[in-house]
Design a protein around this ligand. Structure first.
Ligand SMILES: [Zn+2]
Length: 262
């Protein structure tokens, strides 16, 4: 794997997570040293959305914030919490609404609460003209249908991202045609990840991003992941696409920049 890829982006990293409390600045510095120029930090609930904004204010040159409620946390929201999220979303530093979506694998919140939270945040993003960062686990059909019907950013070809993509090539191409980007994390390297590997080989340059989902989805289950792993993701994608990692950087950066432009 390359030691440095100047201009690269980590499109999804939860650097506000408590597992970074001891050395967050060093983690950001290591990312910058590896050439990473943008890190999108999505919230998963209200406190983590506020923390994402604080982090973006501390490192405005590299960190972008998104605010949103993860499907796992959907059931924790009441009307006053929704009001608070809506006012947070109006902060001019917010770059996207996320992460939002559906997770029918773990069902940590009941499916109906997940659906309501997803619909509500899709509407919020549409009303603000912002892109959405979407989590989809075992909910491919529902997520595809919801995104295809979504009226947000219709004039843009960068309407949102399927993060840590776990679907197949047909789903990736269908959502790419509908204006969504597909973001790959380290599991794309696993031999068992047949769908994502086919998707990574099939999408046009400029239609996919790379991410780490730090502190999750790292190379070692017991250890924390961090943004520098995105170089490894880029190296794997380059191999799947029979190109050089450096060739991927320009299109990834341009797609990311278009995504976060309001
Ligand atoms: Zn995430």
């Amino acid at each position: 794997m390359p030691g440095r890829l100047a201009g690269l982006v980590d499109s999804h990293a939860h650097l506000q997570h408590e597992r970074f409390d001891g050395d967050r600045d060093e983690v950001v510095q290591r990312a910058a040293d590896a050439g990473i120029e943008r890190i999108m930090v999505p919230g998963w609930d209200l406190p983590s959305s506020e923390a994402a904004l604080e982090l973006a204010a501390l490192h405005p040159q590299i960190i972008h914030a998104a605010v949103g409620v993860h499907p796992h946390d959907a059931a924790s929201m009441d009307e006053s919490a929704w009001g608070r999220l809506e006012s947070l979303a109006r902060d001019p530093a917010v770059r996207a609404i996320g992460e939002i979506g559906l997770d029918f694998f773990r069902n940590l919140s009941p499916p109906d609460a997940q659906r309501e939270a997803f619909a509500r945040q899709l509407s919020l993003a549409a009303s603000l003209g912002m892109a959405v960062l979407v989590h989809d686990r075992d909910a491919h059909a529902d997520v595809t249908e919801a995104l295809e019907a979504w009226p947000g950013r219709l004039a843009s070809n960068h309407r949102g991202v399927l993060h840590a993509f776990s679907g197949d090539a047909a789903m990736a191409l269908r959502l790419s045609d509908a204006g969504f980007l597909v973001s790959f994390a380290l599991p794309v390297a696993f031999r068992s990840a047949i769908g994502p590997r086919d998707a990574a080989a099939s999408l046009a340059a400029g239609r996919f991003l790379v991410e780490t989902d730090s502190p999750y989805l790292g190379p070692d289950r017991d250890r924390r992941n961090e943004p520098t792993t995105v170089l490894r993701v880029a190296a794997r994608l380059a191999r799947l696409r029979e190109t050089d990692p450096a060739e991927l950087v320009g299109p990834i950066r341009a797609a990311y920049d278009a995504l976060v432009t309001r």
